[in-house]
Design a protein around this ligand. Sequence first.
Ligand SMILES: C[S@@+](CC[C@H](N)C(=O)[O-])C[C@H]1O[C@@H](n2cnc3c(N)ncnc32)[C@H](O)[C@@H]1O
Length: 283
Amino acid sequence: MVRCSLRLFQKASKTTQNQKWISSLLPVCKTPDQAKQELRWIQMELPQDKWDQAIQERSKFIPLQYILGSQPFGSLDIKCRPQVLIPRWETEEWTLKIINKLRGISSLKILDVCTGTGCIPLLMGHSLPHLQIKAMDISSDALELSNENKKIHGITNVEFKYGNVFDKGLLEGEEFDLITSNPPYISELDYLNGETEESVLQNEPKLALVGGLEFYDALVNNVVLPSKATGFFFELGDLEQALYTQSLLNKDWCTKIYKDGADKIRCVYGWKKGSKMQVLEFI
Ligand SMILES: C[S@@+](CC[C@H](N)C(=O)[O-])C[C@H]1O[C@@H](n2cnc3c(N)ncnc32)[C@H](O)[C@@H]1O
């Protein structure tokens, strides 16, 4: 008989079980460190009787955020579920930068188009409770989830409604100061030719991902210009989309390209010369 204390035995079997789970996570996580990190999150956030099932789901490329049910976004934990895009760190990064620039402004109307979970307007509304924010999406799944997120966080200055950015009468004459958007911007080709991660392809809605210049055209011509906004901030995927958006605006506008923390072109933004949205200049 092996001479071994109960505590040592329990520790050894826990380690063996963890190693099995890490091996199951490795094909989807790619590095042992990432697999260990994901296992830690699963063990921290789910009850023990759900760990095995969670690891099985994750090993089938289901995004961790759909398994755990949320994704941190600034100070908010945003509820996530299939059919609605999971908020990304790149979006969180620029949203936080805008919030910092808007802190000194006492009154402002903001519209977020293509809002998904509502992460952008909800973080703005939560951080800047004196501002009025509206947000739109074409997807009923997204609108249902964004309203749930609003309720979870008790946010009262954000309103969600249906809206198709290609609808020329989208705003019904309403005016805004600042328009934000993270529209679908991956080309059909990149979506299909292996540029897009397997777990994204298999699980996140194509409606939220595939799009191109037509979205920037609609954002400028159906939203920015009719709303009389003096500022805008749009996420995008490449230089062509940035240059195209800049080309749609006349010389009353100053525009800039924003690079994210990974040094990738990530947004195009602009403000009308002499307007209060000039605060965006040094973002
Ligand atoms: C890239 S996701 C962004 C979601 C969210 N803003 C975020 O950053 O996580 C794009 C969103 O645009 C919505 N969408 C797609 N086509 C649209 C359209 N024609 N009009 C309005 N929203 C649209 C999708 O339903 C999806 O929620």
